[in-house]
Design a protein around this ligand. Structure first.
Ligand code: SAH
Length: 226
């Protein structure tokens, strides 16, 4: 079920930004192992070209990460799909925290399948652009904050799910503390040359079940604000 559909006008596009280009991407994600039909449908209905510079529009629906300025990237669609699917697998979380808003694409994908998204970005200019996209797409269920995401978003904790879209050596303690006792966290962990996407699930007793989901390549989780 698509909880918050985007307005049809958001999907206008021609040639490489057309619905056909999005449909082809959806087929590719399925071929590459994405199983959750909600996630595939949302990616098929999200105009990724709105999240990148015009000069890159022709590549918007390729299954690759692309630069968004400030040395950062919009994640590869397969990775966005896999992380979203991993967060939804045990039921739909009500409140989700994202660390690393970047272009806002992952937040917009999430906001179409869960009730509330909270997202934190350390680079003010990226956050400003992402907020403009949230408004243009009419998504009122995303709240965003300019801060060091290593601190999480204490005032809004606990979260049923947390997603980090930048990689550190470990999950910051403050962030883990803000996960509900049975919550799910998905994050890349490791060094730039050797990163793994992990999922942690609270067992309700204060312990976590940890799984490795895939090898990935994310920009680093930095400290402080930019
Ligand atoms: N989810 C994004 C991916 C952006 S790349 C998207 O869909 O486009 C990761 C982002 O994490 C970058 O914008 C980077 O500035 C941000 N980031 C890195 N360390 C951070 C931190 N400590 N707090 C908040 N954001 C951080």
């Amino acid at each position: 079920m698509n909880v918050h559909p985007l307005p049809p006008s958001a999907l206008k596009g021609e040639g490489m930004t057309s619905q056909r280009a999005r449909d082809r991407l959806a087929v590719k994600l399925k071929e590459e192992g994405i199983r959750d039909q909600r996630v595939i449908d949302v990616i098929r209905n999200t105009p990724r070209h709105h999240f990148i510079d015009q000069a890159l529009h022709s590549r918007a629906y390729e299954n690759t990460a692309l630069p968004i300025g400030h040395g950062q990237t919009i994640s590869q669609p397969w990775v966005v799909a896999r992380m979203t699917e991993a967060l939804l697998e045990f039921g739909t979380p009500q409140k989700v925290l994202e660390i690393g808003t970047g272009s806002g694409y992952q937040a917009v994908v999430l906001a179409q399948v869960v009730p509330q998204v909270f997202t934190v970005e350390r680079i003010e200019e990226l956050l400003r652009q992402a907020r403009r996209r949230f408004r243009q797409l009419g998504l009122a269920n995303i709240r965003s904050r300019h801060d060091d995401g290593k601190l999480g978003w204490a005032d809004e904790a606990p979260f049923d799910a947390i997603i980090l879209t930048a990689a550190g050596d470990a999950i910051p303690h403050a962030v883990l503390d803000q996960l509900s006792p049975t919550g799910v966290l998905v994050a890349p962990v490791g060094s730039p040359s050797n990163q793994t996407l992990i999922r942690m699930r609270g067992d309700g007793q204060g312990d976590f079940i940890q799984e490795e989901l895939a090898a990935v390549s994310f920009v680093p989780l930095l400290g402080g604000i930019g």
